[in-house]
Design a protein around this ligand. Structure first.
Ligand code: TXA
Ligand code: MG
Length: 332
């Protein structure tokens, strides 16, 4: 079914497109998390993204495009594996890293990709993101709309709280459906997942066969650049610790007058009792709530946040990855 946009939406999108064309920053919803968007062909605009986030210039940004044809436009090659993944998962939470095309009128500027010869391309699955890409007719460089190393925003209010006036405009598309970032797969060499995310390794392997986790040591153009793989990332400000079920008895809901926030694995449905939350046993539902809860805990002046790790099995890889980056092991 083709979706018709109401006139109010198109007016907002036209305004946002003007901001982008003038080199401004627009935060927009995607199915994963909110992005902080800039014209990927405008060096000064992209420089602002790095400045606002406090992001090191060595950490490349993802470029968002409306569809696979637009992705093919900005890539120097379009391998069959890219074609098959795009057919299977786009629009959706998958970023495909390919060699970047430069011999063209308005190429993606090198600052976007931290000078790398490759570019991460993603076609997001959100009607407002699609409208913005179509309405602006620009490739949009957009990292998650948070300060560097902080929790990614999953609502427009999170973006407002975190970036305030540093962003020229925020498009509000409601809470994000996936809730954690896209899977990043590098196809510029042998297929390798650089960041687990919204699409699992198993689903990718069903489409293109075996895929490695992490970088190839021999892969020069990507070896220096897996900032999503820095040990601390996506972290709340409150000290946060992870534990497993055998350590449950070590944790008390109150310590020295202040409360602790706790995410425990629930038996059934999602339940919140103040600072104790029974998390869903379904990884997709868990992911959808995680960043919101970490942000809510972060403004509660808690002693600490304790998070019970979900099972160490393939369905939980992306959630466990985020939890490990957000927490330290329980001190014993
Ligand atoms: O779901 C998402 O991917 C969100 C939404 C807004 O689309 N975006 C996002 O962007 O998470 P960011 O910048 O926070 O994360 C981008 C990740 C980083 O880990 C970065 O290192 C990797 O993608 N990346 C981007 N371009 C790359 C490239 N050319 N080579 C290797 N890794 C790349
Ligand atoms: Mg990010």
């Amino acid at each position: 079914m083709v979706k018709q946009y109401p006139p109010e939406t198109l007016e907002l999108v036209a305004k946002a497109a003007d901001v982008l064309r003038a080199g401004g920053l627009v935060a927009f919803p995607t199915e994963t998390v909110y992005g902080l968007g800039a014209d990927a062909t405008n060096e000064a605009a992209v420089a602002k993204v790095f400045a606002v986030k406090g992001r090191p210039a060595t950490n490349p940004l993802i470029v968002h495009v409306a569809d696979a044809r637009a992705a093919g436009w900005y890539a120097a090659v379009w391998p069959e594996k890219a074609e098959r993944l795009a057919k299977a998962f786009w629009p959706g939470p998958l970023t495909i890293v390919l060699p970047r095309r430069t011999d063209m009128p308005k190429p993606i500027v090198p600052i976007v990709t931290a000078g790398l010869a490759s570019v991460g391309l993603r076609c997001p699955d959100h009607p407002l993101a699609y409208a913005l890409l179509m309405g602006s007719d620009l490739p949009l460089a957009a990292p998650s709309a948070n300060r560097s190393n902080r929790v990614s925003p999953t609502t427009a209010q999170h973006v407002r709280d975190e970036l305030g006036d540093d962003v020229d405009m925020i498009l509000d598309g409601g809470p994000c459906r996936v809730g954690i970032e896209s899977t990043v797969i590098d196809l510029s060499g042998p297929p390798a997942i650089l960041r687990p995310g919204g699409i699992s390794r198993e689903r990718i392997e069903d489409i293109i066969g075996p895929v490695q986790m992490g970088h190839h040591a021999s892969d020069e153009h990507t070896a220096s650049t897996s900032p999503g793989q820095l040990p601390v990332h996506y972290a709340p400000r409150t000290p946060a610790f992870r534990f497993d079920i055998t350590q449950r008895a070590l944790i008390h809901p109150e310590t020295g007058g202040k409360k602790n926030g706790m995410l425990v694995m629930g038996s059934g449905a999602f339940k919140e009792w103040g600072t104790i939350v029974a998390m869903p046993r379904d990884p997709e539902q868990y992911a959808r709530q995680l960043y919101r809860l970490l942000r809510e805990f972060d403004v509660m002046d808690l002693n600490a946040i304790y998070i019970e790790m979900p099972p160490d099995d393939p369905a939980w890889v992306a959630v466990r990855d985020r939890l490990i980056r957000a927490t330290k092991p329980l001190p014993v």
